[in-house]
Ligand binder design. Sequence first.
Ligand code: IDP
Ligand code: MG
Length: 172
Amino acid sequence: MKEEHKNQATLILIKPDGLKKSLTGNILTRLSETKLEIIAAKMVRVTKEMAEEHYRHLKDQPFFNDLIRYLQGELHQRKKVMALIYWGEDAIKKCRSLAGATNPEEAESTSIRGSYGRITTSGLYENVIHVSSDPLEAEREIKLWFKPLEIIVDLYPKKKITVKEKEETVWA
Ligand code: IDP
Ligand code: MG
């Protein structure tokens, strides 16, 4: 139980530039060095609302509009991201360290961002991967990107509700 207690979850996004550059396998291989467990994974088409909520702490930055378009895939003709949750001891620190610094030119050259990131002519950092910054942010982001039953570990308290007359898409 004690060991269980130290486990931490982090959201990982492979951003549209990572997908366009066919880096998915490469990034997942790099992250597997951490020996963390993947407890959720999916492809997501990102709405403007999702992107704005995800990056709400940056809404006053001059690059905010570009950043929202970037996460939506509008700069890369790849309107999707891959969202995963990594789980285990010190997950955030381990993943952020492999990802490297936010600015790809300052990131260690062997890190994921140092290897594959770039700064666009408009000044936006295209850095191929998102990693949550701390446990509170991780919880906020995980709850934004995933539903409880999409995660195979019980991370946060959940409840059952009855939804009536809800439209659902099923196989034809
Ligand atoms: P993080 O992704 O390393 O946690 P944040 O400060 O949360 O860094 O910024 C979110 C994203 O916004 C970055 O990954 C990067 O794509 C972009 N970004 C952050 N700061 C800058 C900046 O100063 N110029 C251009 N883009 C930035
Ligand atoms: Mg951040």
